[in-house]
Design a protein around this ligand. Structure first.
Ligand code: CS2
Length: 487
């Protein structure tokens, strides 16, 4: 089998585009922590466009904080990989050259830290998932109980956590080298949040470092958007058929991509606006609109899809009851809580989102989206719910979606009785609480008292009573009854 690499690039069919620039001239200007499929199909492509325009300063060195395999795969492929954008029968494939290195932090820590300290690296970016920031989602503060963080506080020079690696790298940087840290995870005020967490972490062992993080480093907020399902044997085979060579790092994703970045950098930055990103002063409205309408609806499709045995988002969207429910959730309940940026056509945005969810060629697993609900729900649903409660407004679909999540956690099985594969390290204590509840009322009460997800401010009793009613409905008539009752 021939693998994708510098030499085999010559064998690719003409239909596949490949780096048109001289990769040997490219220098690392960005270090990215969390080199998953999303980064490779999103920020790396914006950066690839700049390299193709002749600016060699912005090569990316990717760092895996845990998983060891992909750094090896990419090294064997000379850091080349392919991205296939696909809807229906239409697909385009390109080979991307923006990566100029891939490191596995646990086995190459000194190299990672010295790169983070390199003055020519003026951007450090991150996609480490919501749970990768040692964040307490309910308070927005540092979670000192996070085991990796606790380790790093004992051994700040041998870090394992995202914050630990960032802080140790910055500590080695010359004070005169400007730096911007760009958080690209789906969190509210992601840049500002990372800034606060890193400051809180550094304050626990090095005041001067904390001060520097606070005063000298920029943490722009940004909104990222592209649906990038995890690779499967089928997507790797599809890429191989299109390339004519084997690419173990191949990505198949949707054509849509969006990046709105707060224009608040320190030092040089890539001209990502020339590659289609929107650089603006105010990202907050875009961010909450996307987190609520897209991600909020995604999470409902994930939990209800899992309960109803719908493996992918597209399959969930072919379920009439579920599709009608999530349409209502997005276009009525969640939309009512969103402030739309000036001049933005939000109706068209919602229509497009529903269309994107139905893309049948993306095998976007509901199980993948269902992961880490204890981190995602406090960002995607609870702020909208909290604001609505403060106004005395019921949100029938949003409240039912929340009940469905609790039911999913409580049951751990789909409606056909098959055990569900769940991945949410933060959920264990919540599940224990839910399962210890004698009835639906006790369960709803226990959930809202779980402050690490629901926060410490009390929730209205009337809401808790309604959630208990939906939980009873779910127990007696399943998701059919719950969804049908949403009107
Ligand atoms: C998804 C997101 O897995 C998830 O939680 O909701 O990854 C979603 O696909 C992206 O945010 C789309 O931009």
């Amino acid at each position: 089998m021939t693998f994708l690499n510098y030499l085999s690039c010559e064998l690719l069919s003409d239909a596949v585009s490949r780096p048109s620039y001289d990769r040997k001239r490219v220098r690392p200007g960005i270090v990215h922590l969390g080199l998953g499929a999303f980064h490779r199909a999103h920020q790396a492509l914006y950066t690839e466009a700049l390299l193709a325009r002749g600016d060699p300063r912005w090569g990316i060195v990717g760092v895996h904080l845990r998983e060891p395999r992909m750094a090896g795969v990419l090294a064997r492929q000379d850091y080349l990989y392919s991205v296939t954008e696909r809807t229906g029968e239409t697909a385009t494939t390109r080979v991307v050259g923006a990566l100029c290195g891939a490191l596995h932090a646990p086995t190459a820590l000194p190299r990672v830290l010295s790169l983070l300290a390199e003055p020519t690296v003026s951007i450090i970016s991150t996609t480490v998932t919501e749970k990768g920031y040692s964040l307490n989602p309910a308070t927005g503060d540092l979670d000192q109980n996070d085991p990796d963080l606790a380790h790093d506080l004992e051994h700040p020079e041998m870090p394992r956590s995202t914050l630990g690696v960032l802080a140790a790298g910055i500590r080695q940087r010359p004070a005169t080298a400007p730096l911007s840290v760009v958080c690209c995870d789906n969190m509210t005020a992601n840049g500002s949040t990372l800034r606060k967490l890193l400051f809180q972490y550094a304050s626990l062992f090095d005041r001067a470092l904390a001060q520097r993080i606070h005063d000298d480093i920029a943490f722009p907020d940004c909104m990222v958007d592209r649906i990038v399902p995890a690779a499967t044997p089928a997507t790797l085979a599809e890429a191989e058929a299109r390339l004519g060579v084997r690419d173990e790092a191949a990505i198949v994703c949707e054509p849509f991509t969006q990046w709105v970045i707060e224009d608040r950098f320190s030092g040089p930055r890539p001209a990502w606006e020339e590659a289609g990103a929107l650089l603006t002063r105010d990202v907050a409205l875009y961010q909450s609109m996307k987190l609520r309408l897209l991600n909020g609806t995604h999470s409902a499709l994930a939990y209800l899809g899992q309960l109803r045995n719908r493996a992918t988002v597209a399959e969930a969207m072919t379920d009439p009851l579920l599709a009608a429910f999530v349409t209502r959730l997005m276009c009525v309940d969640l939309l009512a809580t969103v402030t739309v940026p000036d001049g933005f056509d939000v109706q068209a945005y919602c229509r497009d989102l529903l269309q994107r969810f139905t893309n049948p060629t993306l095998a976007h697993q509901t199980q993948q989206i269902a992961m880490d609900g204890t981190q995602k729900v406090p960002v995607r649903w609870l702020p909208a719910l909290r604001e609505s409660q403060a106004l005395g407004l019921e949100r029938p679909a949003l409240e039912r979606a929340l009940a469905a999540w609790l039911h999913y956690l409580y049951c751990g099985r789909n409606e056909a009785g098959t055990p569900l594969v769940m991945s949410d390290p933060g959920a264990a204590s919540l599940i224990t609480r839910l399962q210890a509840s004698a009835n639906a009322s006790a369960l709803a009460q226990a959930a809202f008292e779980h402050t690490s997800v629901f926060g410490t401010a009390p929730w209205p009793q009337a809401l808790i009573v309604r959630i208990a009613r939906y939980l009873t409905q779910l127990r007696e008539g399943g998701t059919d009854a719950l969804l049908a009752s949403a009107g």
